[in-house]
Design a protein around this ligand. Sequence first.
Ligand SMILES: [Mn+2]
Length: 315
Amino acid sequence: MTTTDFAKELKSLKSAVIFCHVRPDGDTLSCAFALYYAFTKLGKPCMVVTEEPLISRHKDWVPFEPSNVPDQSYDGFICVDTPTLQLLGKNSQQFMKHKKRFLIDHHPGRDYDFVNKYYFDLKPACTMPCYDIIKQMGVEIDKNIATLILTGLMTDTDNFSIQGLGEDVFELVAELIRLGANHSQIYDQQFRNTEKQKAQLFGRALQKIKYFHNDKLAIITTTCKDLEECNADQSMTLGFVEYLLTIKSVDVAVSLLEAKNGMYRASFRSKSANVSQIAQIYGGGGHEKASGAVLFGYYEDIIDKLVFDIGNYLL
Ligand SMILES: [Mn+2]
């Protein structure tokens, strides 16, 4: 669907509910609230929903606490930054009940059959296609919207450090700065806002990094016991996997988070290997250089499997 057609569809809605993906990150929340402001400016009732209450990291910058899914009387349900239905978590059933389901996304290789209409653009953050849609809806971009668009960009690109960012990204940044977004304020909110417990948790995890394949593969693990003993929550493992990539020899980095006994959330990052394909082996997905999956089984077996499978993708 073209930007204009999709924007027209959204604009024709009388009211809307915007869904974020599970364990919401800076991108999905920014998309949702930017669209919230857009609908509000058009005088249309709108709400933002998440599966769980916000973690403290996000409370400082998100305009307000999202709600639970309302009844079906809202005219359209829209999900953002959500390549699969599974990523709506507990909200997926209620989402599917609605007759008008929309999606805006930036992840490649999905068929999006769980929505009626979608807008896809392969950009480094989902706030980029959202920005194009909002402009096409005829909404004037103010400082709040510009700040959210830039927040999504800065968080999903790990502060512009990922490969392959085009001129379009930096031209948009210039536009957003002109519109009042403040990049250093966003940096402080997103990257200098961690809790003491996280430092403690990270210290522990760092001591247990495992290296394989001539140190090209590194795996960092956080167990339920680590979380408990550091009085930390699961969200505090955010960024661990990126840190492994700062190690010179490492090409593929994996962060394993024990969600519960026998269930691990894996995050994959790489400098050159295609970790989207690696995640797909386990039923997950994502981008070429950043992806995720959920793995089941005994820890030792999971490590063996990862080492074997990832070995095929290393040069
Ligand atoms: Mn995203």
